[in-house]
Design a binder for this molecule. Structure first.
Ligand code: BT5
Length: 326
């Protein structure tokens, strides 16, 4: 809190110096405490000019998704109020699962880099250091396990809204967990949970957004893109992450209070899958049909070539267009 307040004051006064004495009066701590916090900020990458008589002046802040940089844009009550930022992690979802029982509802884990980023079904998630958003949100809803399928859809809607808010561009949801921009994947969502037979212990929603990365490995070039590549200008990761958490709290609350039904029209409106001829790929077989609806639980309903209707659970299948990825 102290450090966050200090950053706020330094940012407001960046035109000139502010003395250690004044800072200590405003913040009601000793000048030594201020000096210690300044040193901490420097370690985090803030450039601060220090003058023996005049005090301190902020020159620049780091492009890192640390709490001090996100907090000014955050207007949530609980999501992101316990916030863990790491330079490097194997996977934010892994850390979230390790901590889930020990931390409050709404805890957010953010990493600048992932060394073993994960997708669904053992697949991997590529990222470039400090140019993406790699985050996991721990939620502890009072719902039955089967109700959580819809939460991936709620998270997907959140990503669409946040990108629209910050970048003024419309993206689409490819059921269940891809966000598509100009026919390429710009974000993936990995929802994992721990539950008993009739009660959810916790849910981890992992979100990876390609924000400012400009190079993808050869096998991804055809189907992956970033916001910067599509918009031809860099995007503010800090504002986007804050908007993501703000919108997640809004939609998650609505989901908890009114149920998935209340958000389903918006999700359908933003779907790129509905109406499409698709192939449904199971581990051992493939079915073709038309995607006709997302049901009350968030499952995708397919009308198969034989005229049969089947509802798909997100964890078990891949859905592809007949000719391409979408
Ligand atoms: C996903 O899985 O799309 C879920 C991705 C979730 C990533 C976040 S990052 C924060 C949190 N921590 C984690 O460890 N994971 C979450 P899936 O639908 O299985 O798609 C994976 C496939 O997408 C891969 O097999 C690649 O083909 C492709 N892919 C990998 N990296 C990509 C990227 N950066 N952009 C677009 N596509 C990618």
């Amino acid at each position: 809190m102290l450090r966050q307040k200090l950053v706020e004051i330094l940012k407001k006064n960046r035109e000139g110096f502010i003395s250690g004495q004044k800072l200590s009066e405003i913040m009601k701590v000793s000048r030594t405490a201020i000096w210690k916090q300044i040193k901490e900020l420097e370690k985090l990458g803030y450039k601060i000019q220090a003058h023996r008589k005049l005090g301190y002046r902020l020159i620049s802040e780091p492009d890192l998704l640390i709490y001090e940089e996100i907090a000014p844009y955050l207007n949530t009550k609980f999501i992101g109020r316990n916030y863990i930022h790491k330079e490097s992690l194997s996977s934010t979802n892994d850390m979230a699962k390790e901590l889930a029982y020990k931390v409050p509802d709404g805890t957010v884990i953010v990493a600048e880099e992932q060394t073993k980023g994960r997708g669904r079904m053992g697949r991997s998630w590529f990222s470039e250091k400090s140019s993406c958003i790699l985050t996991s949100v721990i939620l502890k809803p009072q719902i039955r396990p089967e109700k959580t399928v819809a939460l991936t859809q709620v998270a997907a809607l959140t990503v669409v809204k946040a990108i629209e808010e910050v970048c003024s561009v419309k993206t689409k949801i490819k059921w269940p967990n891809d966000i598509i921009l100009n026919s390429k994947k710009v974000c993936g969502i990995l929802t994992e949970m721990s539950s008993e037979i009739d009660v959810v212990n916790y849910i981890v929603i992992g979100i990876g957004i390609n924000v400012n990365c400009t190079e993808f490995p050869d096998d991804l070039k055809e189907k992956a893109t970033s916001l910067q590549l599509e918009l031809e200008k860099p995007v503010d990761r800090k504002k986007l992450l804050a908007s993501l958490l703000n919108n997640l709290e809004i939609y998650y609350k609505e989901y908890e209070e009114k149920g998935f039904e209340s958000l389903r029209p918006l999700i359908l409106e933003n779907s790129i899958t509905i109406g499409k001829e698709v192939r449904v790929i199971y581990t051992d077989r493939e079915i073709r049909g038309q995607a006709i609806a997302i049901d009350k639980e968030g499952k995708l309903v397919i009308k198969t070539e034989k005229g049969e209707e089947i509802a798909l659970l997100s964890g078990e299948v891949s859905v592809r267009g007949l000719l391409d990825y979408i």
